[in-house]
Ligand binder design. Structure first.
Ligand code: PHE
Length: 349
């Protein structure tokens, strides 16, 4: 073997670089360096012809052996790297099914929304559909069509949020009565849950609160259907047969008008210190009445052919009563953890 063809030195340097390689890319670089087109080994093989003929054969054999060796070593090293990589990946993706679960935070409906869903469900069972209207409303729908004359105190700036352009934040869901009559005509059965706004802010009043309007228009609707519908709804919502009473009242858009009181859901009238009914035994939950002919007319329906009844329920109050929430403001202060911890004892804080 000639001096300049030091095969052992090539082998040694190859082994050295192989030992230092840890990625497939590095292996590839080594392959190119030794057995590539311009690689050390390839160059040596090409120069075999320059050797004296008696040395060529053994040198050729040695070089070919080294080339095979290099290829095998590279392959083996490649396999090793790939195996290690696979193992690493497998370990990183392994799931330990014996670990305890991290715990899930269940979402929950706001009690007012839940109340709304429950009452809508009950009313759908009685054949009512859900209608809606804008919260930023025109005076015309909010007052005029509802037989609320311009001198009525409800129109006062003290009670109503007005915009500069004369529109307002609806003070009740009743304007949807008119919008629904315009849209669907008679006969008609709708409920409309939604936000309403008044210039009120104290322990029992919030400037924004939730109502549900109901409207039934048909031929020869008797007063008793209204009473039956209301008591049916309350019994279904509270899950028990409650005593109720209708008190004569006044709304410009209904005649006659009534307010509905239900038996106190907390004490049933047996606790004179009851924090919910303050010892009266009764809770006021809704306003209602037979729709005023002027309102039916404003809805473009003939009041000589059709009549009906309408009601408005305070959804916040219903939620507080059903879920024992003592302070109206808790419903709006966004403290989610309060509701996540359940309603138990909520009324007492
Ligand atoms: N709109 C009335 C209120 O906000 C409630 C009501 C609705 C009364 C429908 C009668 C009929 O107090």
């Amino acid at each position: 073997m000639p001096e300049d063809m030091n095969i052992n030195a090539v082998r040694d340097s190859f082994r050295e670089s192989l030992a230092g390689a840890s990625t497939l890319q590095e292996l590839d670089d080594i392959r190119v360096k030794y057995t590539g087109k311009k690689g050390t080994l390839t160059t040596l093989l090409r120069s075999l012809g320059k050797l004296p003929p008696e040395l060529r054969k053994s040198a050729g054999q040695e070089l070919n052996t080294l080339r095979d060796e290099i290829e095998q070593d590279l392959q083996a090293a490649g396999r090793k790297i790939r195996d290690a990589e696979n193992e690493r990946q497998e370990i990183s993706e392994r799931i330990d099914v014996t670990l305890p679960e991290r715990g899930r935070k269940a979402g929950a409906f706001h009690p007012v929304i839940q109340t709304m869903h429950e009452i809508v469900n009950i009313m759908q069972g009685l054949g009512y559909s859900v209608a809606s209207g804008p919260e930023k409303e025109e005076e015309y729908y909010n007052f005029e069509c509802l037989n609320v004359p311009s001198w009525h105190p409800a129109r006062d700036m003290q009670d109503t949020f007005y915009f500069a352009d004369g529109t307002l934040l609806r003070t009740h869901t009743s304007p949807v009565q008119i919008r629904a009559m315009h849209e669907y005509g008679a006969p008609l059965r709708i409920v409309c849950p939604g936000k309403v706004y008044r210039r009120d802010n104290d322990v029992t009043h919030s400037p924004m609160f939730n109502q549900m309007e109901g409207l039934l228009i048909d031929k020869d609707v008797p007063f008793s259907v209204m009473k039956g519908t209301m008591s049916e709804m309350m019994n279904a919502f509270f899950g028990k047969s409650l005593r109720y009473r209708f008190r004569a009242s006044y709304f410009p858009f209904t005649e006659p008008s009534m307010e509905l009181d239900i038996e106190c859901v907390e004490c049933s009238g047996h606790d004179e210190h009851c924090r919910v009914c303050h010892g009266t035994g009764w809770l006021e939950v809704a306003g209602m009445g037979m729709v005023h002919p002027n309102v039916i007319r404003a809805g473009r329906i003939d009041p000589d052919k059709y009549n009906g009844f309408a009601f408005g329920i305070g959804l916040d109050r219903m939620a507080m009563l059903k879920y024992g929430i003592g302070d109206l403001r808790l419903l709006f202060d966004g403290n989610v953890s309060y509701f996540m911890s359940g309603f138990e004892g909520a009324g007492k804080c």
